[in-house]
Design a protein around this ligand. Sequence first.
Ligand code: MRU
Length: 371
Amino acid sequence: MNVNGIHFRSIWLHKSNPEIVQIIDQRNLPHEFNIEDLTTVDDVISAIRDMHVRGAGLIGAAAGFGMYLAALEAVSKSDPYKYVMQAGLKLKTARPTAINLAAAVERQLNSLSNNLTVKQMISYTLNIAQAIADEDAQACYQIGIHGLELINNIAKQNNGEVINILTHCNAGWLAFVDHGSATAPIYAAHDAGIRIHVWVDETRPRNQGARLTAWELEQHGVPFTIIPDNAGGHLMQHNLVDLVLVGSDRTTYTGDVANKIGTYLKALAAKDTHVPFYVALPSSTFDWNLHDGILQIPIEERGADEVKTIQGLAHNKLTTVLLTTPTSNASNFAFDITPSRLITGLITERGICEPNQDAIFKLFPEKHKLD
Ligand code: MRU
């Protein structure tokens, strides 16, 4: 997607030095647009853990490139294969909820063996890292095509009135490699001339909606309004939302969705007010081993400081301020589970399906394990 008219992905290899991975450091957006160089697997681990990069697809892509950097570092190690294996184990612990991270590391590790030379390991891991990034961008592009059809149908029923879409967190191109998941249909519809307006949940505590989704939409020229996290239910009760569109960090094969904390409450409100609630997800977010999101998906708990403080511009300087007494306790569950019964449909790269096992396996038959 474009930043001030220039096309960017959210992660890429340095043009003149392919041993450097570059990312957009998302921590200071929208006030500062900083590109960061990552040269070691530890750089990648910190970037994921401290959320320079974030979002399911992007942390998967970053993990893929992290394994490539580990292979480059392995040249100077006495046991290169062991070094890369251990790097993979460390990488996997950076963040627990989005399945993409562990899946990318596994995919890299499965391509390697003790018989390979370091040179081969570097070449294999680079190819796979690039494939993970390209597949993510392509899947999100396809989600845009399928989601456009859905929005088109709503537009027809609305007689050309503006379509109001509510979204939570940032399931935009910054959360993936390009296009985004929940935003891909929005961009596609806007580009097709459908009149769209987006209600952007601010998404405390890290404000990915207010800081990142709003910035993306502004860059693309899509009209939007930032709302406090608690406003969605009220808007739905007053017919001000035509569609809720969110992303997923991990999806069970039965259609339960782990997404940014607060998503569940939006789904409850949508159910009560009969507003369609769709989740846009590349199939890379499916965990084909899990059937019960509430019982089985690990929910990340982050530091209390993210809740107790807030970051913004003060006198033109990026500043973090304390909202609470210094001694207040705060809890920070980063995700919640929206059970499939509250979801109208899943928008995947292969099409839209109902959130249930039969419909999901119909779209992805190769994932169906025979008993
Ligand atoms: O904690 P984050 O910012 O990495 O959370 C990921 C998200 O942005 C959302 O949950 C998003 O809606 C899912 S799309 C990757």
